[in-house]
Design a protein around this ligand. Structure first.
Ligand code: KIV
Ligand code: NA
Length: 265
């Protein structure tokens, strides 16, 4: 029982097979998604929002993400575990990117890393791949750049489409094994998917990308707010609130615990 590899994902594109990817940040969700046959799990810097309570991904650090990567890697057997490189941990130089990626692979036991950006991070991607680190790229809406983008908005509309395609191409040319496209028009998602030889992973990029990714708390209905591109496949927020309210009520009225939950002397 071996893990999913970059070769498996490349050959899936050749066969026209779509694949699902989810985020995971802890042992329990990782085990469940591995059992469910999700081939790729991303320990996203979205942990900034859903684990650590920051309002953007900008503040989260390598030291905060590393233990989450290690937990997901320890708890899975089959999925490829991809570690997101956080803001400030790779942009400075290819050497900086390699030092950060090395920590995620040696201490976190990730099988690949992901970083945000296009042509401007091509030197980073080239060095990582040469050093043996598979890299997933991420173009379009890149949340670490929220302060230069001026908000979370759709990218690649109109004239910006050609630039986005060029950035995706630059990532493939630098050696990236897949490219995430976030919040771009569906027709651009289709165009990039057609033009690239490596798989595209869409999140708000329409139905034509080779793969899809969602933050698991969004797809499971735990999040209190979600962008337009999210579908909620269950309502965990309501079931968890109901469970907490019922538990509280039963404790207050003394109907929990019962004999079956108690030890005899
Ligand atoms: O951090 C994250 O969760 C991501 C995915 C949504 C692509 O980067
Ligand atoms: Na991310």
């Amino acid at each position: 029982n071996r893990r999913v590899t970059v070769r498996d994902l490349a050959s899936a594109k050749g066969r026209g097979e779509r694949w699902p990817m989810l985020t995971s940040y802890d042992a329990m969700s990782a085990r469940i998604f591995d059992e469910a046959g999700i081939p790729v799990l991303l320990v996203g810097d979205s942990a900034a929002n859903v684990v650590y309570g920051y309002d953007t991904t900008v503040p989260v650090s390598v030291d905060e993400l590393l233990p989450l990567v290690a937990a997901v890697a320890r708890s899975t057997q089959r999925a490829m575990v991809v570690a997101d490189l956080p803001f400030g941990s790779y942009e400075g130089s290819p050497q900086q990117a390699l030092e950060t990626a090395t920590r995620f692979m040696k201490e976190g036991r990730a099988q690949a890393v992901k970083l945000e950006g296009g042509a401007e991070v091509a030197p980073q991607v080239e060095l990582l791949v040469r050093a043996g680190v598979p890299v997933m790229a991420h173009v379009g809406l890149t949340p670490q750049s929220v302060n230069t983008l001026g908000g979370f908005r759709v990218q690649g509309r109109g004239e910006a489409a050609d630039q986005l395609l060029a950035d995706a191409r630059a990532m493939e040319d630098a050696g990236a094994f897949a490219v995430v496209l976030e919040a771009v028009p569906a027709d651009l998602g289709a165009r990039v998917t057609e033009e690239l030889g490596v798989p595209t992973v869409g999140i708000g990029a329409g139905a034509s990308t080779d793969a899809q990714v969602l933050v698991w708390q969004d797809m499971a209905g735990l999040s209190d707010w979600t962008p337009k591109f999210v579908k909620t496949f269950t309502d965990l927020r309501a079931s968890l609130r109901d469970a907490a309210e019922t538990y509280a009520e039963e404790v207050r009225e003394g109907s929990f615990p019962e004999d079956q939950h108690s030890y005899s002397g």
